[in-house]
Design a protein around this ligand. Structure first.
Ligand code: PLP
Length: 406
């Protein structure tokens, strides 16, 4: 039997040979189709977390599989020594559909944020103001696991074990404009924000707050970095979440859903912000390679395509889920709040329900979600989920909550 079908052997190898950082659930999948994943016994699971907001087009999307396999058959990697037409096309597409003038490609969200942090500092360095190098980020934010991005992350638990941390970051309460205004000073080079704090419980930023932050950045001549690693590429019902706020950033980072599961990260910026880096200042061996860019081009084409109606599907299924989950909250009294936007949804339960236990129960019933903190589960399903499939999830949750009442 191959290890793909031998969960016990895989678990044994993991316990002996894998760095103990993930603590995976005792389950593995052999294949998937749409929102469904299948285990070696043929049991199917509805993937309501989509590889943590990654599998934007679901599993086994025919066009994406074709784009990846035909690119792999032609050439997987060359290097940034050469022109990579797939990368050129992706940069063109992302810039044409956003505020941005320039794009840089890497392999993950953390790397995209590293590029953004470097660019913001370089911007003032090359203007002859190297003392302007501090970045203000939000408490409870999450920007990645590298040394600079844990320093940017406004949660001590990610930083303390790995001190000394990269200096030059300050943390301000999220959605508190007065606190931010007080914190900005002559050393500030940028404000860096998520528009929905996904990793700490799906907490959206207020529209007024974001508009005020943008205005402050313009008035003080500092850069606004928006981390759309989780919210970008259709997740919130617009191609980019900043469109919901009627503002534009100076720098934006993307990853997760951009290539539907093939690793990629991107940092997009204005021509003005782009002066923060000169040739040789930054780079990546794999970043922007033909395979990842062919995948991202295919994902973007499908999400933008008016024939596929993916963004309107996100909005329709989202409205349905919010309505039904809020009804469930009233009916059961067990749900404290349903938060988020589009298909990034946090369901916070009352104190009688532990999110980890709820995740297990849902898994036993054939639904995959993630748990965040003690009481919230997160949904980030593929953007192609149908209303019928969403209804199956709501019904399963309703059943579990009903059983829990006894
Ligand atoms: C908002 C945000 N930024 C950055 C990251 C880091 O991305 P990656 O895990 O691809 O490095 C994440 C990952 O969850 C994220 O949600």
């Amino acid at each position: 039997m191959s290890i793909e079908n031998d969960l016990e052997l895989a678990k044994l190898y993991d316990s002996k040979y894998a760095l103990n950082v993930f603590n995976p659930l005792p389950i593995a999948f052999t294949h998937g189709k749409g929102v469904w994943l299948y285990d070696p016994e043929g049991r199917k699971y509805m993937d309501m977390i989509g590889g943590i907001a990654v599998n934007s087009l679901g599993h086994g999307n025919r066009e994406l599989v074709k784009a990846i396999s035909s690119q792999a058959a032609k050439v997987i990697h060359t290097s940034n020594y050469y022109v990579i037409p797939q990368r050129s096309e992706l940069a063109f597409k992302l810039c044409s559909h956003s505020f941005a003038d320039k794009a840089f490609f890497c392999n993950s969200g953390a790397e995209a944020n590293e590029a953004a942090i470097k660019l913001a500092r370089g911007y003032f360095y090359y203007k002859g103001q190297p003392e302007k190098n501090e970045i203000i980020t939000a408490k409870m934010s999450f920007h990645g696991r590298t040394m600079a991005t844990i320093a940017a992350t406004g949660q001590e638990k990610f930083r303390i074990p790995f001190a000394p941390n990269v200096p030059g970051f300050k943390y301000v309460d999220y959605n508190d404009y007065a606190a931010l205004e007080t914190m900005v000073d002559d050393k500030t080079c940028a404000v860096m924000l998520e528009l929905i704090q996904g990793e700490s419980g799906v907490h959206p930023a207020d529209v007024t707050y974001v508009k005020q932050v943008k205005k402050l950045c313009v008035e003080r001549g500092i850069l606004l970095i928006i981390d759309e690693v989780q919210t970008g590429i259709g997740r919130t019902g617009r191609l980019f979440c900043y469109e919901n706020y009627d503002i534009v950033p100076d720098i934006m980072t993307l990853a997760k859903g951009l290539a539907g599961g093939v690793p990629i990260g991107a940092m997009l910026c204005t021509d003005e912000a782009a002066t923060g880096m000169k040739p040789g200042d930054h780079g990546s061996t794999f970043g922007g390679n033909p395979l990842a860019c062919a995948a991202a081009n295919c994902v973007l084409d499908q999400i933008i395509s008016s024939d596929k109606n993916i963004l309107s599907n996100v909005n329709n299924v989202s409205s349905f889920l919010f309505e039904k989950l809020n009804e469930l909250a009233v009916k059961t009294g067990k749900i404290k709040q349903v938060r988020g936007k589009g298909l990034l949804i946090g369901i916070e339960f009352d104190d009688s329900i532990q999110s980890a236990g709820m995740k297990q129960l849902l898994m036993q019933n054939g639904f995959l979600v993630s748990s965040i903190g003690a009481s919230t589960i997160r949904l980030a399903p593929p953007l192609i989920i149908t209303q019928r499939e969403a209804a199956m999830f709501v019904n399963a949750l309703a059943k579990i909550l009903k059983a829990n009442r006894k």
